[in-house]
Write a protein that binds this ligand. Structure first.
Ligand SMILES: [Zn+2]
Ligand SMILES: [Zn+2]
Length: 376
C-alpha cells in the first residue's frame, strides 16, 4: 500500500507506519496528517483532552494506564481517610509522596532510563529533590508569611511585595532551577527523543515538588500534634497531593522537552510557546492561589483555579508531545513486534499501523524485542 501523505510503500493498515497519518478517506476526522483526534502517545484520546496519565506517563499502554489511575485514586482515598481520622501530619506526608512515588514506579515500569537507572534517577528525581530543598529553604528564609498554622485558610494578610515574591519572583526562579538536574544529565545523548526529555523534566519537577512540600510544611509537620481536629485542611491536602505536583512536573517537563527539541534543531513557535506557557501557568497558579488565600476565599475556589491552570498546562504538554512524536518518527526499519497499546502483532516502523500509537513512546522492553522482519 502507498501512503497518501508521505508516498512511502507501507504495510496495509489504518495508519501509515512511517508518518503516522490516518489513512481514512472520509473527511469526518479532520486533518488526517496532523490527526489531532488521535493523540500519538495514546490514540484513543484527542490531543486536546486534559488527561493526566496519558500526558505525563506517555510510555504506558492502555492497560497499564488504568493500573496507575487506580493506584492514584487509592492514594487519594488514603489521604482522605487519614484526614477524616484527624491524622493531618500523616496525610501531608502521603500527599507529598503520592505522585512522585507513582512516577518512580512508572520510570521502572517503562524502563525509560534503559541501562542506566542510577544515573538517570539520580540526575532527575534526585537532582530535583536537592534543588527543591535548597531553593525552598532560601525562599522561606527570605520571606515566610506562613508560620506554623493549624488552620491553613486563616487569612494571612500579605503585602504587595510579598505577593510579587510569592506570585512572580519565586515561580520564575523555580522554573529556571528545576530543569537544571535533567539538563546536566551526563549521558543525555543516549536519550535523543523529545519524549525522553519530557519524562526527565517531569521527574525533576516532581522531585522538586516533593522537597518543596516537605520543607514548606516542616513547621506544621513537626509541631502539629499527631491527632487534631481536621478543620479546613482538606483543600490544602488536595492541592498538595494533586495540583502542586502536576504543575511543577508538567511545567518543568515542557521546558526540558523544549531544550530537547532545540538540540534536534527544532525551535519554532510551538516550542517557544511551550516555555512561555510553562512560565505563565506557574505565575498564574501562584499569584491566583496567594490572592485567593489572602481574601480568605472558599477553598473550593482555590482548587478550581488550580485545576483550570493545570488543565490548560497539560493540554499544551500534549500538543507539544503529539507533534514531537509525529515529526521525530525516524524510519526504524520494519520490524515484527507487539503493539504496546493495542497488543496486535504488527510489522511496523514508527507507528502502529492498527491503532496509530507512536512506537518511540513505547516501553524499553517493547523496543528491545523488535525483530527485524525476515526477508521473504
Ligand atoms: Zn505516510
Ligand atoms: Zn497498536
Amino acid at each position: 500500500m502507498q501512503c497518501d501523505h508521505c508516498a512511502h510503500d507501507v504495510p496495509d493498515g489504518v495508519f501509515c507506519t512511517r508518518c503516522g497519518a490516518h489513512q481514512g478517506t472520509t473527511k469526518e476526522v479532520g486533518n488526517a496528517r496532523r490527526r489531532e483526534h488521535r493523540y500519538a502517545a495514546h490514540p484513543g484520546e484527542y490531543v486536546g483532552q486534559p488527561s493526566v496519565f496519558t500526558t505525563l506517563f506517555p510510555h504506558l499502554g492502555h492497560h497499564k494506564i488504568h493500573e496507575f489511575r487506580w493506584a492514584f485514586i487509592v492514594g487519594l482515598a488514603g489521604v482522605l481517610v487519614l484526614y477524616l481520622a484527624g491524622l493531618i501530619t500523616a496525610s501531608i506526608l502521603v500527599s507529598a509522596f503520592l505522585v512522585p512515588v507513582l512516577y518512580l514506579i512508572y520510570l521502572y515500569e517503562a524502563q525509560v532510563y534503559r541501562d542506566e537507572p542510577a544515573v538517570v534517577l539520580g540526575f532527575t528525581i534526585g537532582g530535583g529533590v536537592i534543588a527543591g530543598l535548597i531553593l525552598t529553604l532560601i525562599e522561606r528564609a527570605l520571606y515566610n508569611p506562613f508560620q506554623f498554622t493549624t488552620n491553613p485558610l486563616a487569612g494571612t494578610t500579605i503585602s504587595v511585595g510579598g505577593l510579587l515574591l510569592l506570585g512572580l519572583v519565586f515561580p520564575l526562579i523555580q522554573e529556571v532551577v528545576k530543569p537544571l538536574p535533567a539538563l546536566l544529565l551526563p549521558n543525555r545523548a543516549d536519550f535523543p527523543e523529545t519524549v525522553d526529555g519530557l519524562v526527565f523534566g517531569v521527574a525533576a519537577g516532581l522531585g522538586f515538588s516533593l522537597a518543596e512540600t516537605l520543607v514548606g510544611n516542616l513547621p506544621t509537620i513537626i509541631s502539629l500534634p499527631a491527632h487534631v481536629n481536621p478543620g479546613n485542611w482538606i483543600y490544602t491536602l488536595a492541592s498538595l497531593a494533586v495540583f502542586q505536583p502536576l504543575l511543577q512536573g508538567s511545567a518543568t517537563g515542557m521546558i526540558v522537552a523544549t531544550v530537547w527539541r532545540f538540540r534536534r534543531g527544532r525551535l519554532a513557535g510551538r516550542e517557544i510557546g511551550a516555555v512561555v506557557m510553562a512560565l505563565v501557568a506557574h505565575v498564574a497558579y501562584s499569584t491566583g492561589t496567594t490572592l485567593l488565600q489572602d481574601v480568605a476565599a472558599n477553598g473550593l475556589f482555590i482548587l478550581l483555579w488550580q485545576a483550570t491552570v493545570v488543565g490548560a498546562l497539560l493540554i499544551y504538554v500534549r500538543y507539544l508531545l503529539h507533534y514531537s512524536l509525529m515529526e521525530e518518527a525516524a524510519h526504524m526499519g520494519f520490524a515484527e513486534t507487539v503493539c504496546p497499546n493495542c497488543h496486535m502483532h504488527i510489522v511496523a516502523s514508527g507507528f502502529c499501523p492498527n491503532c496509530g500509537v507512536a512506537l518511540t513512546a513505547s516501553p524499553h522492553s517493547v523496543k528491545g524485542s523488535r525483530r527485524a522482519r525476515k526477508a521473504t
